[in-house]
Design a protein around this ligand. Structure first.
Ligand code: ZN
Length: 294
């Protein structure tokens, strides 16, 4: 049986799945993937490649594995512990069994109670390793997202796989990540929302964000050869307000900001924090393409 990845897209890079582990070599090979690149793995090659992705994760990892087992957690124990040491967030989505709420009611058959008890142990184990554990009814997708840029998808339960034959595709693609995060609601981790996800911005951070918006709009205004007075007049306000805005003043209402942006050919949109890097990359790519075509 061929143990190398099954089939590749562009920039095919065979990664040996068996034999002596050569982490350095594999890291180099994985890092050569280009944007929009994909590679297909089988059950033999997947785990090693996925462990390398975990080792290289910088900010966040999401694992959507409907099933979880002690053995499955054990397989990634070191990698997950290392994520916590490096302050890389891990959000896990696991399927909630239909009889989950009855687990403490002494009404279930012994096999069901035992199955749920094992599940509880595995979930507790994962939590102790620092993961955010979310239960989802009837979720059956097998997915993982690394740092907003890599998407794994296919048939393999990452946290419970044992010996079945499977197929997993690894995409290096902000587009694929964005589409998976939106479609499968991977940005709804309840732990992120109740802790870090809802942290208030400091005044400095708030000011920096506003300055980012106003600087870009000022740059575009100058590029179009428009004065502050002209922009002000076109949206029914005066030059001094535009000037204050361009210098990062917070004393400007959202309606005016939307008007200025719209007048300069921009639209203000909300982007989930998790997708910020992907969106930045997509915009940068579009701008590069536009410049090249000029
Ligand atoms: Zn989370």
């Amino acid at each position: 049986m061929n143990k190398t990845p099954l089939n590749n897209g562009t920039n095919q890079i065979p990664i040996p799945a068996t034999g002596k582990k050569n982490t350095k070599l594999q890291k180099e090979k994985l890092s050569y993937f280009g944007v929009e690149d994909f590679q297909v793995f089988d059950e033999a090659s997947f785990h090693q490649a996925f462990a390398i992705d975990l080792e290289n994760a910088r900010e966040s990892v999401i694992i959507h594995s409907p099933f979880i087992s002690q053995r499955g957690v054990e397989r990634y124990r070191e990698s997950i512990a290392s994520l916590r040491e490096r302050e890389v967030q891990l959000c896990a989505y696991i399927q909630e069994p239909d009889d989950w709420i009855q687990r403490n009611q002494n009404i279930l058959p012994i096999e069901s109670s035992s199955r749920l008890e094992q599940l509880e142990c595995s979930l507790a184990d994962l939590q102790l390793l620092g993961a955010h554990v979310n239960l989802r009814r009837r979720a059956h997708e097998k997915l993982a997202v690394i740092d907003d840029s890599i998407l794994w998808e296919g048939s393999l339960n990452i946290l419970s796989h044992r010996n079945t034959s499977e197929r997993m595709t690894r995409w290096v693609s902000p587009n694929q990540v964005t589409s998976a995060v939106v479609k499968h609601k991977l940005d709804e981790c309840s732990h992120c929302w109740s802790s870090g996800g809802c942290k208030l911005l400091t005044d400095e951070q708030l000011h920096a964000k506003l300055l980012e918006i106003s600087s870009e709009l000022a740059r575009k205004r100058k590029y179009l050869g428009l004065s502050q007075r002209e922009i002000g007049a076109s949206i029914g306000t005066d030059q001094s307000l535009i000037s204050r805005f361009e210098h990062g003043s917070c004393a400007i209402n959202s309606k005016t900001v939307i008007h200025i942006a719209s007048r300069l050919g921009y639209e203000l949109v909300l982007v989930p924090t998790l997708l910020r890097h992907s969106v930045d990359e997509m915009v940068a790519r579009q701008l590069r393409a536009r410049r090249t075509n000029r």
